[in-house]
Every structure is written in structure tokens, then in C-alpha cells.
Design a protein around this ligand. Structure first.
Ligand SMILES: Cc1cc2nc3c(=O)[nH]c(=O)nc-3n(C[C@H](O)[C@H](O)[C@H](O)COP(=O)(O)OP(=O)(O)OC[C@H]3O[C@@H](n4cnc5c(N)ncnc54)[C@H](O)[C@@H]3O)c2cc1C
Length: 575
């Protein structure tokens, strides 16, 4: 919910807890090293009023777990969220904060034990490091080829290079600057470059996005990944903000710095280089010894495949060459847009100071039944813009992005249901074919020029055509159409029920200022490349590692980055 905040920031570096001055005042952290070994305890869900100083947190969290604040040697905010739940008609806004306390390693107390047993507190492990201990590392891979410069590929490369392994990183798309020109040309003229677009090129699919960084995985690698982003220029608040986001404008400043750092670590980047096929050794092992790319053959000891979920040509070609691929359920629906002021009012109330709290966010679920599927709101972009996130000509697919300040007048979100083989049929590529069929239908219905089929929310609910449409952030044109008829009937029915349900939380959500556009078909991958859970090797291969969203193991920037890094660890551990 909280996009930015006026409260002062706790200083935090790489998960370290700062020592406190004797007054235990978080704003006056002394940075002197802690005395002796320590233990870290996370105190959960401490409430903090919007006007209260963070300095109360030390005493308040110590009191919450029944220990004296005098035994606390350091404190920092581990996570901070805005609680905007309504009580009756009023929004009683407050922060809910998880606070990390640093105590002497040998500190014990029955009260602390009780707090840990009850779940009010828990011990926190030190954040992971990309580097493995030398005893953990095998010796097999000398030169690894990473395919894809999305978050999965970038953090696989980061982890490998941090451990001294040579990396060639290829991407079919161009570097950031050239990619930016191609995207601007597409938005201005409708001319789509199938190799340089919102999905392909440096940084992968998330380069033009809201840059939301939160994930439900809570993996220990999250902190070091966030630290690399902070070191490259992201706001340090992303380390603890429950709704951390970076924004497209900042991502464009961060990515070149990440690339420079990776190059310093020895990673060689090859843009405009598309993987075509895997080259097996002539001997019995069948190991992959090289790849065939659009720029020629590249030799390697292992391949990490982080190609995202829109490289349908590549995945089909690899499947023909023997890579196992299986269908998995995926999400599909529409994107909904409202004036951001309507969302702010509904979520935060009349009195909220948006300038200091930031624009409101929402994540809502309308639980389904046997007759009707569950609907999720997905990837909400406060103060954002709807975009056509496509790489293949002749198809349309919407998504959302925003800048770091969330400064547009609109808020948009995906509204999706999960579909499985019952809806899209049997066969490993049945889900992809279903997506393609609908993406083509939306493209053609819109006028085959990337105008997006659009319907006002009241007309969608009533199943009638529009006479006029509300304003929208989408820049490539709206075509007023019966979007309700373009979708599979079950999906339309589920979305109708969900929108009416969501209107109870955000008054006006189902009203005339709401607009639906589509199709939102790539919130998740319709395919999985099966891999061994421990070695993370693709089934039937000895040195191929499928990673990230396209392989079916991630659903966003942070989860893809973590999957890339963990798979690199698995590779490094191979004896
Ligand atoms: C508009 C938009 C907004 C989004 N907003 C958010 C958000 O706010 N927060 C969030 O968590 N997620 C967001 N997502 C989703 C997120 O971007 C993806 O989940 C994430 O990027 C997946 O990472 P990945 O590394 O697995 O794949 P990708 O990021 O898709 O990267 C794959 C890369 O592989 C390259 N590639 C493909 N085929 C080949 C080939 N044959 N040879 C060489 N290179 C190849 C591509 O060019 C691409 O750069 C958004 C996505 C879009 C499209």
C-alpha cells in the first residue's frame, strides 16, 4: 500500500543491525561495531501511529516481548506496512512494523522464550551471501552460458561470478539504450520489433514495469539482492518497505550500474544474440558443449536457461530438440483502470495525506465456487500506465508499468482467473496455443494496430456496448468493443462477480470511471520445464538449468532473481 513515506528511514546495510546510542533512539544510530557475538530477534507486528517517531519502536518492541530495552544493543526495521483497514466508515491508518532487535548471543529470558513460542517473535538468521564456502563448491563448471538478461539470468550470473566462475550472458534483445528507442518507436508508430520490445532486451520483462519487488518467498537471498539494487541507486527503503517498488525510470538508471558491476566481476554480455539450439557432445555423455546462436556457436560447460515466458519460438524449438516441457495452469483475464484518486479515497479515506503516504495500492481476491473461478487482482500499478507487452506481431497482451513517483492520474491492475487443462485442453503446448488464439482475437478486434479493445465497467457488467469510454493511460488507442464477448464466458462471469465484490472495498470500483481492456494473458507461464528439485538440472540433461518465470519457477522480478541465484548455487555445488 505504501509507495513512499515521510517517516525518516532507518539506516540498514546488508541486513546488519546498527548499534544504538545509550538513549536507544533509532534515528541516532551509532555505527560503532557491536560488542561481542549477538543474536537477532524479530518482533512481529508492532503498531506505530503515522505521527509517531520511530524512536518509540525499541522500547515498544522490547515491551511487547517482555524484555528490558536496556538489553537491546541494536535495532532496525525489518518490514513496514501501512494498515489501512476500515473500522466502520473510518480508515484508522497506522504502520505495522516488524522490528529486529539485537541482543547479546547468550541473552536468555523466560519472557523471550514465551514470545518465540507464541509467534510474537522469532530468531532471524543472518541474510544469505551469494558466495558459497569453498568446501561447498564443486569443480565442474568453468565457463557457464546464461541465456536471458532478465532478473533470473542477471542474478544467476551475479552468483556465479561472485564465486569466481566465468559467465557469458546472452540476450536476443539489445542493450538498454537501443531497446528504449525500439519501445518508443513501437508506442509512437505501432511498428513492433520482434527482438527489441517491452519483453526482450536488457533487464528482461521487468525493465518496463512498476518494479515491484515484494514476494511471498521470504528467502534469505532477498536481502542481498535488494542490497545490490540499493548499491546501484534504488531507494534504501526497499530493504523494508512491504510494498517496495523501483519504477521504470529508476530501473533505467540501476540496470547500467548492475551491468558495469557484473562486467567488473568478469561477466561478458552479448546482446542481440539469440539462442537457437543446444549442441551436444559427440561422445556418449550427451553433455551440452555449446549453443548455436544467431551470432554463431558459443562453447560452454553448462547452460542456464532464463528465457522468460514469451520466447515461444525458442521453447518450441528446444522442445523439438528433446527438452522436456509440460503444461501448467496459468492466469488470464483483463486489466482494469480507474482514476488513482478513486483508489486512494477507497483505500485510505478522505483525510489521508497522499503526498506523504504515497498512492494507495490494492491486492484483492474474490473467492470462487464450483461454478465460478476465483479472481485475483494482480500487479497493481498505482499512478501507472497500461502498456502493450508483446513481442510477436499480430498479438495483443496488456500489462502495467509506472515510474518511481507513481505520478500518472490512473491506477491499473490485472484481474485474472487461473485456467488449467480443463479449460485449454490436453497437450503440452495447449495453454500456449490458447493464449495465442485469444491474443490474436484481441489484436484483430482492436483494429490490428495495437488499439486495445476496451469497455467501461458498467457496460461490461450489463453486457452492452458503450457510447463513450472513460479516459485511459493507454497510449496506443482504445477501441470500444464488447470485451465481455471476446473473453471465454466463464472468465467474463467470474470477473463480473469479482468486480461487484471489489466495489464493496473500493466504492466506485464498479462505477462509470472504471475501464476494462485486454487481454491480460501473460501474468504467469503456461509451461514448466521439469527439473530435479535438488540439482535443479533439466530432466535428461547433465548441465542444463532451467530458471525463472519461463521455466515455470517464478512469478515476478524478485522470485525470478532468487530462482536464478539458487540455481547457480545448485550448479556450483555439483561435484
Ligand atoms: C509490463 C510488465 C510489468 C511487470 N511488472 C512487474 C512488477 O512490477 N513486479 C514484478 O515482480 N514483476 C513484474 N512483471 C513480471 C516480471 O517482469 C517477470 O516475472 C520477470 O521479469 C521474469 O524474469 P525472468 O528473468 O524469468 O524472465 P524475463 O524477465 O522475461 O527475461 C527473459 C530474457 O530472456 C531473453 N530471451 C528470450 N529468448 C531468448 C533467446 N532465445 N536467446 C537469448 N535471449 C532470450 C529475453 O530477451 C529477456 O530479456 C512485469 C512484466 C511486464 C511485462
Amino acid at each position: 500500500m505504501l509507495a513512499s513515506s515521510s517517516i525518516s528511514r532507518f539506516e540498514r546495510s546488508a541486513g546488519e543491525i546498527m548499534s544504538l546510542s545509550s538513549e536507544s533512539h533509532p534515528k541516532t544510530h551509532s555505527l560503532s561495531p557491536l560488542d561481542g557475538p549477538s543474536q537477532r530477534v524479530r518482533v512481529m507486528a508492532i503498531e506505530l501511529g503515522l505521527d509517531e517517531s520511530e524512536s518509540v519502536l525499541c522500547a515498544r518492541s522490547a515491551q511487547a516481548i517482555g524484555i528490558s530495552k536496556d538489553v537491546v544493543r541494536g535495532v532496525c526495521i525489518a518490514r513496514r506496512a501501512l494498515d489501512a483497514r476500515r473500522r466502520g466508515r473510518r480508515h484508522l491508518l497506522k504502520f505495522v512494523v516488524h522490528v529486529d532487535l539485537d541482543l547479546a548471543a547468550d541473552y536468555r529470558s523466560p519472557a523471550l522464550d514465551r514470545a518465540i513460542k507464541s509467534g510474537r517473535a522469532r530468531h532471524v538468521e543472518a541474510p544469505a551471501r551469494f558466495e558459497l564456502d569453498s568446501a561447498e563448491r564443486g569443480s565442474r563448471a568453468r565457463r557457464v552460458l546464461v541465456v536471458g538478461s532478465g532478473p533470473a539470468g542477471l542474478y544467476a550470473a551475479w552468483t556465479l561470478a561472485s564465486n569466481g566462475v566465468g559467465v557469458d550472458l546472452i540476450d536476443r534483445g539489445p542493450g538498454l539504450r537501443e531497446r528504449g528507442r525500439a519501445v518508443a518507436c513501437f508506442t509512437g508508430t505501432g511498428e513492433l520489433d520482434p527482438e527489441a520490445n517491452l519483453l526482450f532486451g536488457e533487464g528482461g520483462a521487468g525493465t518496463y514495469s512498476d518494479g515491484k519487488l515484494y514476494t511471498r518467498t521470504q528467502h534469505a537471498l532477498e536481502a542481498p539482492i535488494l542490497d545490490t539494487l540499493i548499491a546501484a541507486g534504488a531507494d534504501p527503503e526497499i530493504a523494508f518497505d512491504a510494498r517496495a517498488h523501483v519504477g521504470t525510470d529508476r530501473l533505467h538508471r540501476i540496470l547500467p550500474r548492475l551491468r558495469t558491476r557484473l562486467e567488473e566481476m568478469g561477466v561478458r554480455f552479448h546482446f542481440g544474440t539469440r539462442l537457437e539450439s543446444l549442441v551436444r557432445s559427440a561422445d556418449e555423455s550427451g553433455q551440452i558443449v555449446a549453443i548455436q546462436s544467431s551470432a554463431g556457436e558459443i562453447a560452454c560447460d553448462a547452460v542456464m536457461l532464463g528465457i522468460g515466458h514469451s520466447a515461444r519460438d525458442t521453447i518450441r524449438s528446444l522442445a523439438r530438440d528433446g527438452l522436456e516441457v509440460e503444461a501448467k495452469p496459468f492466469q488470464l483475464g483483463l486489466r482494469i483502470e480507474h482514476p488513482q484518486s478513486l483508489i486512494d479515497l477507497g483505500r485510505l479515506g478522505q483525510e489521508a495525506d497522499i503526498a506523504s503516504l504515497g498512492h494507495a495500492y490494492y491486492a484483492m481476491v474474490a473467492k470462487g465456487s464450483d461454478a465460478i473461478p476465483t479472481v485475483h487482482s494482480f500487479c497493481m500499478c498505482p499512478g501507472g500506465q497500461i502498456v502493450a507487452a508483446v513481442a510477436q506481431p499480430g498479438m495483443l497482451c496488456t500489462n502495467g508499468m509506472s515510474n518511481s513517483k507513481h505520478s500518472s492520474a490512473f491506477g491499473n491492475s490485472g484481474l485474472v482467473v487461473t485456467l488449467g487443462p480443463r479449460e485449454f485442453g490436453e497437450g503440452r503446448f495447449a495453454g500456449v496455443e490458447f493464449q495465442e488464439q485469444l491474443e490474436k482475437a484481441f489484436f484483430e478486434a482492436g483494429g490490428a494496430d495495437y488499439s486495445v479493445p476496451a469497455q467501461s465497467v458498467p457496460s461490461f457488467l450489463a453486457g452492452r456496448p458503450d457510447r463513450g469510454l472513460p479516459r485511459s493511460s493507454y497510449k496506443m488507442g482504445l477501441s470500444a468493443l464488447r470485451v465481455d464477448e471476446l473473453l471465454p464466458p466463464d472468465v467474463t462471469e467470474a470477473l463480473r462477480a469479482a468486480i461487484l465484490r471489489f466495489d464493496r472495498s473500493i466504492p466506485g470500483y464498479a462505477g462509470e470511471q472504471g475501464l476494462l481492456v485486454g487481454i491480460e494473458s501473460r501474468s504467469s507461464s503456461p509451461l514448466r520445464i521439469p527439473r530435479d528439485p535438488e540439482t535443479r538440472l533439466a530432466r535428461g540433461f547433465e548441465n542444463v538449468y532451467p530458471i525463472g518465470e519461463g521455466a515455470g519457477y517464478a512469478g515476478g522480478i524478485m522470485s525470478a532473481a532468487i530462482d536464478g541465484a539458487r540455481s547457480a548455487w545448485a550448479l556450483l555445488r555439483q561435484p
